[in-house]
Design a protein. Structure first.
Length: 455
């Protein structure tokens, strides 16, 4: 959080001072903590406890309710933050119009975080009833209407004032109603007239929105060229970085976004746990495990993660430990998640692969059978399971697994070759020879040379 944001937050809180009903004077005059200028969630929790101590003695203190909501929001407790902002408005005194509008706007933001966009729109309407000429409120309201697919209303709201943010929303509304030429002309005009003083986040949003429009029209090479300029001029704010990530995906190049993230400290990126883990996933798929691991570690070091975020981070940490050959650590992570009933994908598969690498083939079979039951049409699971059966000396089960694998991908000559050996080990020599001949005819040379068993 910048000093300017802290200063503005202090102004917002100061505007609420004095709106306290008659209660114990000393309790209602108690000082409030500042919003922590740190990513350390412990500091946020301590500030929240301090505010709630004040509220315990002075429940109608409106400035404390507002600060309570902000702190709960920062801790990811959006439903509780919503209740705090609602309580802020539920006082038996007449609030100044600016404060009432601020409360409704805060309520709308929490509804947005909870994906309750219709409720957010209704809250913004209440705020605009109080302050009908507030351009900032209109932009937020228009953005919410756009999420609801109400583009004509967006255009009507934005027609009442001019702003850079409004132009970006207007272009998005044109795109939503299919007026792509209007959207493209507006975005091109913005890009051609970007003032030198415009901050990098706004330049990024303009370029990303234009790139997304080009991608939607199938002009992917042009979109990638625009995004290349974004990578050369990367922003530091996480909202813009999220947009960059998604735009590169839309342009069909998953790892194209990585240069924009190259200079960002893992601790900073981990403030958005989902984004940090998404970037780590791209590094992982590119085989850049040494770049993925610091991001995952930074996420796990945070407090205030949701259960889903922590489970995803733990599972990814397990996979990275597997890739680094730290099989004991990896298996512990996977088994801990499985025992806790986690629904994170592929836990049984990874636990099976890790057990196999440790030489515990019986455990590998058990885990891989769970993975097979969960995804009976997934060929990689059958390949891993068949290998585990072979390593555990269960040739009949291996033959059945390879037979199922043949049904799923009949042109996999290497699996056919292994199927032949499983058949041979179960005494079905003629079937084994026929299977090896089939693999040989597909061009798998080892089946032609080594397939026939020696007498």
């Amino acid at each position: 959080m910048t000093r300017l944001r802290v200063f503005l937050g202090a102004i917002a809180l100061a505007a609420l001072t004095g709106l306290v009903t008659a209660q114990d004077a000393s309790a209602c005059d108690a000082p409030l903590p500042n919003v922590p200028d740190t990513t350390d969630m412990v500091a946020w929790q301590e500030a929240l406890e301090s505010v709630e101590s004040v509220l315990a003695d002075c429940a109608s203190r409106t400035d404390a309710r507002y600060l309570q909501g902000r702190l709960l929001d920062g801790l990811g407790r959006h439903q509780d933050a919503l209740a705090a902002f609602e309580a802020m408005l539920d006082v038996d005194v007449a609030l100044p119009r600016a404060v009432e509008a601020q409360g409704w706007s805060a309520i709308a933001r929490q509804h947005t975080r909870l994906d309750a966009h219709a409720d957010a729109a209704a809250a913004y309407e209440r705020a605009l009833d109080v302050r009908p000429d507030d351009a900032t409120l209109k932009v937020s309201y228009a953005r919410t209407l756009l999420r609801l697919g109400r583009a004509p209303e967006v255009l009507a709201v934005l027609a009442t004032f001019d702003s850079f943010e409004g132009d970006l929303l207007r272009a998005a509304a044109y795109e939503q109603v299919g007026a792509y030429e209007n959207a493209e002309r507006l975005l091109e005009s913005l890009l051609n007239n970007l003032p030198e003083a415009l901050d990098v986040a706004k330049r990024t949003r303009t370029r990303v929105q234009y790139a997304n429009l080009l991608s939607a029209e199938g002009r992917t090479s042009e979109a990638q060229a625009v995004l290349g300029r974004v990578n050369d001029d990367p922003p530091g704010d996480l909202v813009s970085l999220r947009a960059i990530f998604d735009a590169w995906l839309a342009a069909g190049v998953e790892d194209g976004m990585l240069p924009a993230f190259a200079g960002l400290e893992p601790d900073r990126l981990a403030r958005d746990a989902t984004l940090a883990l998404d970037v780590a996933t791209v590094h992982e798929r590119a085989g850049q495990f040494d770049r993925a691991e610091p991001l995952v570690d930074a996420v796990l070091a945070r407090t205030g993660l949701t259960e889903a975020e922590r489970e995803r981070a733990e599972a990814k940490a397990g996979r990275l430990a597997y890739h680094a050959g730290r099989y004991s650590e990896a298996r512990q992570r996977f088994e801990r998640l499985i025992d806790a009933g986690s629904t994170e994908a592929d836990l049984a598969l990874w636990a099976g692969l890790t057990s196999f690498q440790q030489g515990d083939h019986t455990a590998a079979v058990s885990y891989l059978e769970l993975a097979r039951d969960a995804e009976p049409e997934r060929t990689f699971v059958w390949q891993a399971l068949a290998s585990a059966y072979v390593a555990d000396g269960r040739w009949d089960a291996a033959a059945q697994a390879y037979e199922q694998l043949k049904a799923l991908q009949p042109l996999d000559a290497e699996s056919l070759f292994s199927f032949g050996w499983a058949l041979y080990e179960t005494g079905r020599s003629d079937d084994a020879t026929a299977t090896w001949n089939e693999a040989c005819q597909m061009g798998y040379r080892q089946a032609c040379v080594d397939g026939a068993p020696r007498q």
